[in-house]
Design a protein. Sequence first.
Length: 95
Amino acid sequence: MTATAISKAQRVNLRLNGDAKHTIERAASFEGKTVSKFILASALASAEQTIHEHETMTLNKRDSEAFFDALSKPVKFNAKLLSALDGHDQRVVSK
C-alpha cells in the first residue's frame, strides 16, 4: 500500500523529544519530503516488513523437500490425528 492510497481522513498523533523531531525533520529534508510524508512512508515500510516477516516462511532445501514430500503423501487418519481434529473442532469456531 502506498502513501497516496491511504485516506487523509485518518490521523495519528505522537509525542517525541526535540532531538528525535530534529532528526526526523533532517531526514525528511534529505529526501525532499514533508515530515508527515516521511513518517508515513517510513512507518508503512516498517509495517510491511513486519507483516512479511510474520506471514512468510523460508525453508532451506532439505526442509522444503521434506515439506513437499509430506504434502505429496496421502494422509493417514490414525487415532491421534482424529483426536486432534476433534479437539480443534471443539475449540475453534470458524466464521
